[in-house]
Design a protein around this ligand. Structure first.
Ligand code: SF4
Length: 908
């Protein structure tokens, strides 16, 4: 095992998704960082996806906050933490503890989370701490608690390899949890008989492995699983021994399912599926004992998310398919430490260490353990409610840590305005975001590569994040910052932490405190780890107790659950429509989600040039029939509108999108795009049980954005230039920034043609020292200009009245990577807007590791008769490193390989 003490190689954990891959980070003598997958980490066994493989690109301290700031003035840490402590104390004195709230993040380490939760619930005296994980997996938490009596994922990743049937529901695993997808792909290669069913309104990259894809109508999952429960009963697939011994509530659940899904034709009709496909899925599930149902945000992010989770789990309980290898319900979390946050109680409706406010004696027990003077006694505001309380003036002091709610909350513009009116906004973060602009107090936080602590992945595995870089400037870890504030509020004795190991030990002891087997989350056996033991802690799955000192891969193996009766509860679920059904002026269903190479609001992945090339612009996927109906050309621009907001996006016409639905990625924000924040359009309806917002469905409409000019701009430098003066200018309606290795590229469009020469010279900051090249064709409406300095290209613009063919981006990129002077021929070609015989475009990037574009791949498939992923890999190297692009390569092979009739409607 590698530890921080091993020369230059540090074993740590990826900071992105809930797979929780082990990473080996190396810093060489020149300070250069490289990363590779940790072959000893059980979650990934040496593999990384495209995001993990590019981690080293993102660690340079560009744009980092280096010093604490109070109302725009640089201050010392003492002054900053005193200002926060006094601000919180003043708010409590004037308005009560309920006027204070913390909004935290699945990016925090468990130690950070623990200290924040303790300060809020034990010492401020309210439970107003909630997390961006509420937007991600709160419905799974609520579903688990209703059924199991605790928030427990019963299985482990080995179950993916041991199952005979994998049902992936609302999970684009290939893009959102790629290393899990690679494990599934290998399991399929080893055992071709493994059956895979994908249930998702979209045909995603995950469907490349599917034997059956059920493209159900958005929001009808409960109906589908209610129908399955009834089918299992009617066809005698219930495990009555297990039901009798280990469950309760079957009668009510079954009655509700039959009322909800009275027949297979009714299910097929409501879900928008072929009856034969519904029957095929039901038969597969019924006849396959080792069935694993994997679900993710497509299930959780719904106003019926908790019922969807419970509908799935009901089917596993009724058939006794839980607690044994290769079977069970399996929630995969979105964030690296969503699970750790759940463990410490970092959600407003939890207390601590998986104890809940409703549990008899729990509040008193935690209060006694913490020696807390002002213990919260009831749940606080969940995320959306918290920001509603900010908007209503009930929350007057808000501390936001490691997250960007100005972008990610539903109805984001309204909540952004509410934050701007809040008396005190404290933000702990490491770099500029849309949210940090709203901060009165800005606290520079350490980030991945600098932080020291633990995270828990989707299979309950606790792993260490270890530092391998010094934090720049005065940046500090979050647990330290919160501790300093707590001490200045008068709680020094209860916040004595000097190192993360101190926090971890206390967290572990609380989990075992008066537990006696009553709570599944128990890592009490780790409560006595010394500092060396903490440093060397190997990845381990909780519970870690005296009875299971090496951890516990699988729970509920004995058929006993965490409810007072020891029985799992089947839950009556009834299908219901989304909170705001599509129709009338908003006939379409807007769905949001992740893409393969970006993470959250791009604050980290947006720094990697190779990750920005896969999907460089905010886009909207539209079915070809809808595209025809609404007059949307592929690669044109569209305006998407809902009752809550509007945005602009590039149109991608694809039959993989369901008719009547739109899909837009969640990542873009004002640092990368002028009008690309999809969550400003999302309705704020939440699941009544979990409080999770309905991010997968908002009624919407779409129309073409009729730009009269389009352009791309390149500017030499890697530093962010934000809107570069576009914001506020009437001629630019659409702009997107795409960071490159030596440049920033911008895609622009507008409804009013600029006065090109003065506008462009102003944009580029052209002065007398620069050499200016210009070509304008008024008849054709085209314009090109370039700024050279010492004969090297500094900036250029290519503009035309149409988006295509505005080609040449690859060629211009090449000119920027060349440091040599531009010769006369290149200058002529620049003005002509053509590379001549120079490099041809390779298209959008499919393989981020080796920068291989789709045109290159398609041409190689056609010209060289490539007929397999391996052949593409041998010829172009695509797909031979992290493997994240393999589903797309397979999709291209099936569309373009010789002898294939199928052709995508989406052109280049
Ligand atoms: Fe990181 Fe990718 Fe592994 Fe997720 S699958 S933890 S993003 S390397």
């Amino acid at each position: 095992m590698k530890t921080v003490s091993d020369l230059n190689v540090v074993a740590t954990t990826c900071p992105y998704c809930g797979v929780g891959c082990g990473v080996l980070a190396t810093v060489d003598d020149s300070g250069h960082v490289s990363v590779r997958g940790d072959p000893d980490h059980p979650a990934n066994q040496g593999r990384l996806c495209s995001k993990g493989a590019a981690l080293a690109d993102t660690v340079a301290p560009v744009d980092r906050f280096l010093h604490p700031m109070v109302r725009g003035q640089r201050v010392s840490w003492d002054e900053a933490t005193t200002a926060v402590a006094e601000g919180l104390a003043r708010t409590i004195a004037e308005h009560g503890p309920e006027a204070v709230a913390f909004y935290v993040s699945g990016q925090l380490l468990t130690e950070d989370y623990y200290v924040a939760n303790k300060l809020m619930k034990g010492f401020i005296g309210a439970a107003n701490i909630d997390t961006n994980s509420r937007l991600c997996m709160a419905s799974s938490v609520a579903g688990h608690q209703r059924v199991f009596g605790a928030d427990v994922v019963p299985g482990c990743y080995e179950d993916f390899e041991q199952a005979d049937l994998l049902v992936l529901v609302g999970s684009n695993t290939a893009w959102c949890h790629p290393v899990i997808f690679q494990r599934i792909a290998r399991a399929r290669e080893a055992r071709p008989e493994l059956q895979i069913v994908v249930i998702d309104p979209r045909r995603t990259a995950t469907c490349e492995l599917a034997d059956l894809h059920l493209a159900l109508r958005p929001g009808t999952d409960v109906m589908l699983f209610d129908g399955l429960l009834d089918y299992l009963r009617r066809n005698d697939h219930f495990d009555y021994d297990f039901i009798e011994r280990s469950t309760e509530g079957l009668g009510e659940a079954l009655a509700a399912a039959r009322a909800s899904a009275p027949s297979i034709p009714a299910v097929a009709s409501e879900c928008g599926l072929e009856e034969s496909d519904v029957v095929r899925f039901y038969r597969l599930f019924a006849q396959t004992a080792k069935a694993l149902t994997v679900f993710s945000q497509g299930v959780n992010q719904s106003s019926a998310g908790t019922d969807k989770v419970n509908g799935i789990i009901n089917c596993h309980l009724a058939t006794g398919r839980i607690g044994r290898p290769g079977m069970g319900p399996f929630s995969i979390t979105g964030q690296p430490n969503a699970m750790g946050g759940r463990e410490v109680g970092g959600m407003a409706n939890q207390l601590a260490a998986h104890m809940r406010f409703e549990d008899a004696g729990a509040v008193e027990r935690v209060s006694r353990f913490w020696q807390a003077p002002r213990m919260a006694i009831a749940p606080g505001h969940k995320a959306v409610d918290m920001f509603e309380a900010v908007a209503a003036g009930k929350v007057r002091a808000l501390w936001i840590m490691a997250t960007n709610p100005a972008v990610t909350l539903p109805d984001a513009d309204r909540f952004r305005a509410a934050m701007a009116r809040c008396d005190l906004v404290v933000v702990s973060d490491c770099t500029h975001t849309d949210t940090t602009r709203l901060a009165h107090v800005l606290l520079p936080a350490a980030t991945w590569g600098e932080k020291d602590g633990t995270v828990t992945n989707s299979e309950r595995r606790i792993s260490r994040q270890r530092p391998f870089l010094p934090a720049p400037g005065e940046a500090r870890p979050d647990w330290w910052i919160i501790t300093q504030v707590a001490r200045r509020m008068g709680f020094a004795a209860q916040f004595p932490y000097e190192r993360p190991a101190d926090v971890f030990r206390e967290h572990a002891r609380l989990s075992g405190f008066e537990n006696g087997g009553s709570r599944a989350f128990d890592i009490g056996a780790l409560g006595d780890l010394d500092d060396v033991g903490y440093d060397c802690l190997r990845p381990v799955q909780w519970p870690v107790s005296p009875a299971a000192p090496a951890g516990t891969p699988r729970l509920f193996t004995s058929g006993r659950f965490c409810t007072p009766s020891g029985r799992a509860r089947l839950i009556a679920t009834a299908a219901r429509p989304p909170a705001h059904p599509a129709g009338g002026d908003y006939p379409l269903s807007l769905n949001t989600g992740r893409i393969r190479d970006q993470w959250h609001t791009m604050t980290r992945t947006g720094r990697s040039a190779r990750l920005t090339t896969h999907k460089p612009e905010p886009y909207v996927e539209v079915h070809p029939d809808d595209a025809r109906e609404y007059g949307l050309p592929h690669d044109g621009l569209a305006r998407i509108e809902t009752r809550w907001g509007a945005m602009l996006a590039r149109v991608s016409v694809t039959p993989e999108q369901r008719r009547g639905s739109l899909f837009v990625p969640m990542h873009w924000n004002e640092r990368f795009a002028g009008a690309g924040r999809v969550d400003a359009l999302v309705n704020p309806a939440v699941d009544p049980v979990s409080g999770q917002p309905e991010l997968k469905h908002t009624p919407a409409r779409i129309k073409p954005y009729r730009a009269v000019w389009h352009a791309f701009v390149f500017v030499r430098d890697r530093a962010e230039r934000g809107a570069m003066g576009f914001a506020g200018t009437t001629c630019v309606g659409y702009w997107v920034r795409i960071p490159g290795p030596q440049f920033q590229r911008y895609e622009l469009a507008g409804e009013q043609v600029p006065d090109w020469l003065p506008w462009t010279r102003g944009l580029f900051g052209a002065d007398a020292d620069g050499e200016w090249l210009e070509m304008a064709d008024r008849g054709a409406g085209t314009y090109r200009a370039a700024l050279l300095s010492q004969s090297a290209l500094q900036a250029c613009i290519f503009a035309a009245p149409y988006p295509r063919p505005l080609t040449g981006r690859d060629w211009i990129e090449q000119l920027f990577s060349d440091t040599k002077e531009l010769g006369a021929g290149q200058r002529r070609r620049l003005l002509a807007g053509s590379p001549g015989s120079g490099p041809r475009t390779s298209g959008w990037t499919v393989c981020a590791c080796f920068s291989v574009g789709d045109i290159t791949i398609r041409e190689a498939i056609a010209a060289q008769g490539l007929d397999s992923v391996e052949a593409i890999g041998r010829t172009l190297r695509a797909g031979t490193n992290c493997g994240s692009c393999i589903p797309e390569l397979k999709s291209m092979l099936s569309a373009f390989a010789p002898g294939t009739n199928r052709r995508r409607s989406a052109p280049d």
